[in-house]
Design a protein around this ligand. Structure first.
Ligand SMILES: [Zn+2]
Length: 251
């Protein structure tokens, strides 16, 4: 059983690493998606702003025609004023001229204001177009590098999956079923060290008799609280040390 538990620990390391790689892949994908969404929003904003600009421009054109008409009307009334004889009629035309002049001033102010709006909108459009250009470029680059990164991650995933298949082949079906069941149900961890008569996953106390059995390592023991498969902490420690020594020797 000690050997099976050691295999399970290796299996869990592989499975956790696989989870990590999948998370990393998802992160890359979601960041790219986020940027694309931002680009789409900018593009929509740009289209709206272009429509707005067209509208303001056509309003200004109308106002300019209107101003032209007012100027014609003013000229007409001023000519009429010169030809007017009676004082009463003269006064009436003069009043009319004052009103037209006021209307001209208002129209000129409005045209000036619309001109400012047009300028601001044009600046903002230019700004957005530049931003969109760079964002598109950035996304294209990011897309290429994301594909590369994902391909690399996929390779790593495949290698780990091969190793996992191998590790699983050495574990008994009964233990594997237990492991898969616990792993699917929780946060992905199915095996936990037992140390100082406690489960290191949930810190539940382990009954002394069970702890002795654990140290002996000839039975599959699970935590009564979190259901983790338990192994004796010292076993993993010894194993790591021999592992490190072996690595040191290799180097
Ligand atoms: Zn536990």
């Amino acid at each position: 059983m000690k050997e099976q538990l050691a295999l399970l620990r290796e299996l869990q390391d592989i499975d956790l690493k696989l989870d990590e790689l999948e998370d990393h892949k998802n992160e890359i994908r979601s960041r790219l998606k986020e940027n694309k969404r931002f680009l789409e929003k900018l593009e929509t904003d740009l289209e709206n702003q272009k429509d707005e600009l067209e509208e303001v421009r056509s309003t200004r054109t109308k106002k300019q025609h209107n101003l032209q008409e007012l100027n014609n009307k003013l000229e007409d009334r001023q000519n009429k004023l010169h030809k007017t004889k009676t004082g009463k009629e003269y006064e009436a035309v003069e009043t009319e001229i004052d009103v037209i002049k006021e209307e001209i001033e208002e129209a000129e102010d409005e045209i000036e204001r619309l001109g400012e709006v047009i300028e601001e909108t044009e600046d903002s459009i230019e700004d957005k177009e530049e931003k969109i250009f760079h964002l598109r470029e950035g996304i294209a680059e990011e897309e290429a590098s994301a594909e590369e990164q994902i391909a690399e991650l996929d390779e790593e995933v495949q290698a780990l999956k091969d190793r996992r298949e191998e590790a699983r082949g050495d574990v008994s079906q009964r233990v594997l079923r237990r492991y898969d069941f616990i792993r699917d149900r929780g946060d992905g961890k199915a095996i936990a060290p037992a140390k100082d008569e406690h489960c290191e996953n949930c810190y539940m106390a382990i009954p002394p008799q069970q702890y002795i059995e654990l140290q002996r390592g000839d039975k599959l023991i699970t935590c009564s609280s979190c259901q983790s498969i338990l192994y004796f902490y010292e076993d993993a420690l010894n194993e790591d040390e021999t592992g490190e020594e072996a690595e040191a020797e290799e180097a």
